[in-house]
Design a protein around this ligand. Structure first.
Ligand code: NAD
Length: 247
């Protein structure tokens, strides 16, 4: 694959797996993340480049995307993986929780997508892949503000798929389920009994394997496919990569 790709959130979890998978497929990648040390290590191990970027800072985002597109000699795809988990009962959500979740998970993709568009428009088969969550498609008790922020990026992606099709830019949104530090954060709030009940619920609800997926084996290859020209007729789609959870 000869694609030039920016992966936003490439320092850990699914984003790091995307950097590795795309590099292995032959793509040239610049990874962006606010976690500098880990981001640089992941990118360099995959033979790729890294730039520091906080997705909530408009100037940083536009500067980093411009730098990445210059380094890559153009841009064919943007994969925006970065996101944060904000949890708590809906009745306790504060203005600050709401602003934080929306800022990173909603405004972040809006900024990176806008910053990438002028470069993506120059190609003929370009794409954006954003990350939401099953929480955008189904109830997510104890995570209403996270669910709302992932609903925002889901709705945003569906609309840019239509608006930006005239520029030759496809846009899809992925709903993953993967064993990462975000899952650890989710489990860390639980007692041992709650963890056991959660594992049992996963066994019953995930037809393929009964648990969360592996970022490298189960999620990243789908992203590499979406970036490639094999997906040239796919846009505006919700793509759940979750072993059949929430069918
Ligand atoms: N792991 C899952 O099961 C799961 C389920 C549903 C949705 N998701 C979504 O998939 C994506 C990847 O999740 P993950 O599990 O790999 O998470 P992760 O926590 O392992 O990785 C998230 C990455 O985003 C980066 N990031 C966070 N805020 C940032 C900011 N302001 N600027 C720049 N970078 C920032 C982090 O530094 C980190 O490298 C996220 O958008 C997440 O919400 C994950």
């Amino acid at each position: 694959m000869d694609k030039r790709v920016i992966v936003v959130g490439g320092a850990s979890g699914v984003g790091a797996a995307c950097v590795r998978s795309l590099a292995q497929a032959g793509a040239s990648v610049v990874s962006l993340d606010r976690a500098e040390e880990m981001g640089r290590e992941v990118a360099e191990r995959a033979g790729q480049r890294f730039l520091l970027c906080d997705v909530t800072d408009r100037d940083q985002v536009f500067g980093a995307v411009e730098q990445a597109a210059t380094d890559l000699g153009g841009l064919d795809a943007l994969v925006h993986v970065a996101g944060i988990l904000v949890q708590g009962p809906a009745e306790d959500v504060t203005d600050d929780d709401w602003a934080r979740a929306m800022d990173v998970n909603g405004r972040g993709p809006m900024l990176t997508n806008q910053a990438a568009l002028p470069y993506l428009k120059q190609g003929e088969r370009s794409s954006i892949t954003n990350f939401a969550s099953s929480a955008a498609l189904t109830a997510y008790p104890n995570g209403a503000v996270y669910a709302a922020s992932k609903g925002a990026v889901t709705a945003w992606t569906r609309t840019i798929a239509v608006e930006w099709a005239k520029f030759g830019v496809r846009a899809n949104v992925v709903h993953p389920s993967a064993s990462t530090s975000m899952l650890e954060q989710h489990l860390s709030k639980m007692t041992d009994e709650e963890k056991a009940a959660y594992a049992e619920m996963m066994r019953q609800k995930v037809p393929l394997g009964g648990e969360f997926g592996d970022p490298d084996r189960d999620i990243a290859p789908v992203i590499t496919f979406l970036v490639g020209d094999g997906a040239r007729f796919m846009t505006g789609q919700n793509i759940a990569v979750n072993g059949g959870y929430y069918i």
